[in-house]
Write a protein that binds this ligand. Sequence first.
Ligand SMILES: [Zn+2]
Length: 295
Amino acid sequence: MPVLPWFTATYTSLISRYLAKKLHHGLLLTGVSGIGKNQLALGLSNTLLCKHPSVDGPCEQCQSCHLRQAGNHPDFHILESEKQLGVDKIREGIAKLSGTAQMGGNKVLLIPKADTMTEAAANALLKTLEEPTNNTFLLLITDSVNKLMPTILSRCERQVLSLPSVSESLNYLKAKGVEDASDALLAAYGYAPLRVEEALSGDDDLSYRHFSDGMQALLAGDANVQAQTLANKWQDNAQQIALWCQQLSHNEYVKRQQETDYKRYAACVEAVKTLQHAGVNKSLVLFGLLKKFQR
Ligand SMILES: [Zn+2]
């Protein structure tokens, strides 16, 4: 798996430190969702497991690499859980780290959603973080670093991953076949390119593209596209639509500094709040909002 272009420097620097035997055994990767933290952690795991790693990453040729490519490296473990990561799962994971590595190299435990650990689970992990078995690396990942216990934080080395630049994200999306990738599209997904990719690859009715087309027509005063039509069509995703409208009017306001855009923006903020209440007539709320965008 190639490393995402915006993480190349981080990846290289982590590997260099590993090769110099200066990489901390407990690494915490933090940053917003949709920027590729998991991919970075997997790339790093692959290098840690490889018998002949170089600064470019794993050799892809050794027995360890072959086992990992086949998806059954005996010294690589991922701890995932639907909602909460309980103490039993953590103990199970730790037990796998207790012996010597079966391949004679490193053992790697990856925890993609470290913030879902229960308090008991986190406490169970603490001892391993404090006194790890030989040749063991724990890679923790989180979108919400403030949900982790301070004791866990203090025993890990934190690697804060930032959002890619707009141009890096646009290049990436275009290479992935998203031809109409734009700043507005990125903004609608918090500038996280993998979130855009995921949203556009899904074949649900609601894609940002549909929304964007609808709004353009509405703003241009297209007689066939009315606020009511869109409100009915989009009511099942009312919250998402209101958030997208909010982003859209925010972008416009920043660009043009027009009062209309500010008023639209304020209406969106209100609508997002209203839509959080159960039993609200979504189509009606959305209609009220979209009317403000109609010419
Ligand atoms: Zn290898």
